[in-house]
Design a protein. Structure first.
Length: 121
């Protein structure tokens, strides 16, 4: 039985009222540590690769760039990267790479502009 949006267990407050925890999940736990957003690693790699094109940004700004880029991309949660890679066509893979590049480029420009605006104040 799957739990949408949960951590594998019914919240204690709900279980107390319904008795669900003891009937359906008496000792069940789940490890969700392998679940991650597919875009994280490629975005981090693209940020590091493109950072040399933006010499006025300091290293401390790179996580901000990554956050802006990740927020522009739709989340794509997976357990194993190899699973997604295996099922993508070459066209889909190429499209994802271009989308990542565009998001990271936008993010660099956005963060750079915000820093410049702050400097003018």
């Amino acid at each position: 039985m799957a739990v949408c949006g949960g951590a594998g267990q019914v919240p204690a407050a709900l279980a107390d009222k319904t008795g669900i925890r003891t009937r359906l999940w008496p000792t069940m736990t789940a490890d969700f540590s392998s679940v991650h957003n597919h875009y994280e690693r490629p975005v981090f790699e693209a940020v590091l690769r493109l950072a040399t094109d933006y010499p006025y940004l300091v290293a401390d700004s790179l996580p901000d760039v990554a956050c802006v880029a990740l927020n522009r991309l739709g989340s794509r949660y997976i357990r194993h990267s190899v699973d997604l890679t295996f099922y993508l066509t070459e066209k889909e893979r190429s499209g994802m790479e271009q989308t990542i590049h565009d998001a990271v480029t936008f993010a660099f420009e956005f963060v750079q502009a915000r820093i410049a605006m702050r400097a003018r104040r």
